[in-house]
Design a binder for this molecule. Structure first.
Ligand code: IDP
Ligand code: MG
Length: 139
């Protein structure tokens, strides 16, 4: 059964470019309820472990440098079929390929600096949520 929660981060480029409010608005009008929220900054160790699955990829160093370059906004979102529906709202990894109206199409800077993260499975949503939020920070 699909879980009803997913995890997101508004990434440093979107925070720097002043898009926190617009992105949170688009998320909530699309039917997602925010059940955890914080502004924070990843350490290099945080980013390396969060993206450990990409360790062997050529862009890993660039990705870690970018993700630690400024503040992020982390959130847990609730909606029926949350993981899949949120990936649709976020759009393709490369903003040039992202569908019209998606968050990456509207707010991403480049393939690496692509504005927002969305968990790719229920298991990863749970792992990533626990990475950022204690039990009492999840409502
Ligand atoms: P996703 O965020 O759409 O799930 P992943 O393949 O999991 O995409 O990649 C994680 C992140 O790494 C992307 O969101 C993007 O910031 C960056 N990234 C992915 N592929 C590339 C690439 O080919 N070049 C540079 N950066 C990339
Ligand atoms: Mg991914």
């Amino acid at each position: 059964m699909a879980s009803n929660r997913t995890f997101t981060m508004i990434k440093p480029d979107a925070v720097r470019n002043g898009h926190i409010g617009a992105i949170l608005e688009q998320i909530t009008v699309s039917g997602f309820k925010i059940v955890a929220l914080k502004m924070t900054q990843l350490t290099i160790k945080d980013a390396e472990s969060f993206y450990a699955i990409h360790k062997e990829r050529p862009f890993y160093g660039e990705l870690v440098a970018y993700m630690t370059s400024g503040a992020i906004v982390a959130a847990i979102l609730e909606k029926e079929n949350a993981v899949e529906d949120f990936r649709t709202l976020v759009g393709a990894t490369n903003p040039e390929d992202a569908a019209e109206g998606t968050i990456r199409k509207k707010y991403a800077t480049s393939l690496t600096e692509n504005a927002i993260h969305g968990s790719d499975s229920d298991d990863n949503a749970a792992i990533e949520s626990a990475f950022h939020f204690s039990f009492r920070e999840q409502f």
